[in-house]
Design a protein around this ligand. Structure first.
Ligand code: NAD
Length: 316
């Protein structure tokens, strides 16, 4: 009987699929320092981003046959090492793209109409300062017709591009690997329109965009720093739902304070789970605590996709 420890939880749909296939699934979370002992009783472990599966752990549980990551980034798993040792590593890269792209637009709509500041100030001052606040937020902007720059034109970047196109935005993208092709926009499940899209240069995205959204993997050096903010259009909006480290946070604060950048929407931070206070308290920053993939729909897709991958591995 195959036993699986879903150490960071698994959606009930995924758990049910595994159980129907005859697998045993335990969902209680074993603390990191107790995993060596616990894993001796399991054939597979599934994790999200919390549990780490490093070399030392892999070395001490030779019975482990598979590591499953519900989601995209595998920064918490020593993937190459595991595979060298004959442990399969699987993930569900596409399952959360739509949810992350929708969160990007939640931040864009928020920044374009000052919602982050209104939500902070109205509960405190709204009863006495209503008309002052009304004036302060009177110069909102529409997204339609504006240029959205997407840096990192992979799964989530393209889903974000699709959403921008649906809203009537001009979309330009940049990727290390240039892309020329179509993005399919589906309406009401049965109407589909293919829009031709190709990536442009990094410089063009930086200089031409009214809004810039980052969708690259973790980078050792920030992709957006003081030099790039200088070269952007005045009043640009920045969204980061990719990984902490891709933006120089101090340079972003300076650009927000100078007015060069009008607003930012951040789901990811340099120092998770304790981001800089200057970021958390900034009136021009809309904040979410790394919840890009945290929707019921994405978690259900992640759970069922992970279950299918695990079943396929053990029944092949
Ligand atoms: P992906 O691999 O499909 O796409 C990433 C793209 O970035 C690739 O096309 C790659 O060529 C490109 N790229 C890499 N380095 C680049 C650089 N320096 N400049 C330009 N392009 C570069 O990945 P994805 O599934 O689209 O995920 C994108 C990011 O979103 C990842 O960092 C992932 O960890 C993150 N993510 C965040 C959340 C969240 O909760 N906020 C959820 C899921 C994924």
């Amino acid at each position: 009987m195959i036993k699986i420890l879903a150490n960071d939880g698994i959606d009930p749909v995924g758990k049910a699929l595994l159980e129907q296939a005859g697998f045993v699934v335990d969902t209680e979370t074993v603390p990191q320092d107790k995993l060596v002992e616990a894993l001796k009783n399991y054939d597979a472990i599934t994790v999200r981003s919390a549990t780490k599966v490093r070399k030392e752990l892999i070395d001490q549980v030779p019975n482990l046959k598979l590591i499953g990551r519900g989601g995209v980034g595998m920064d918490n798993i020593d993937v190459e090492y595991a595979r060298e040792k004959g442990v399969a590593v699987v993930n569900t890269p596409a399952a959360s793209s739509l949810s992350v792209a929708e969160l990007v637009f939640a931040h864009l709509f928020t920044g374009a109409r000052f919602l982050q500041d209104a939500n902070r100030k109205m509960p405190v001052d709204g009863d006495t300062q209503f008309n002052t606040l009304k004036k302060a937020y009177a110069k909102g902007i529409e997204l339609k017709g504006k240029t959205l720059g997407v840096i990192g034109f992979g799964r989530i970047g393209r889903e974000t591009a699709a959403m921008g196109l649906r809203l009537g935005m001009n979309v330009i993208g940049y990727d290390l690997y240039p892309f020329t092709g179509h993005i399919s926009l589906t309406f009401q499940d049965d109407i589909s329109v293919d829009i031709p899209v190709k990536t442009v240069s990094f410089e063009e995205v930086i200089a031409e965009s009214d809004f810039i959204s980052l969708h690259t993997p973790f980078a050792a050096e920030p992709i957006l720093g003081a030099k790039e903010f200088d070269q952007m259009k005045p009043g640009v909006g920045i969204v980061n739902c990719s990984r902490g480290g891709t933006i120089d946070e101090q340079a972003l604060i300076n650009a927000l304070d100078s007015g060069k950048v009008a607003f930012a929407g951040l789901d990811v931070f340099d120092n998770e789970p304790t981001p800089l206070a200057a970021i958390l308290q900034h009136p021009k920053i809309s904040l979410t605590p790394h919840i890009g993939a945290s929707t019921n729909e994405a978690q259900e897709r992640i759970g069922s996709e992970l279950a299918s991958l695990i079943i396929a591995h053990f029944t092949k």
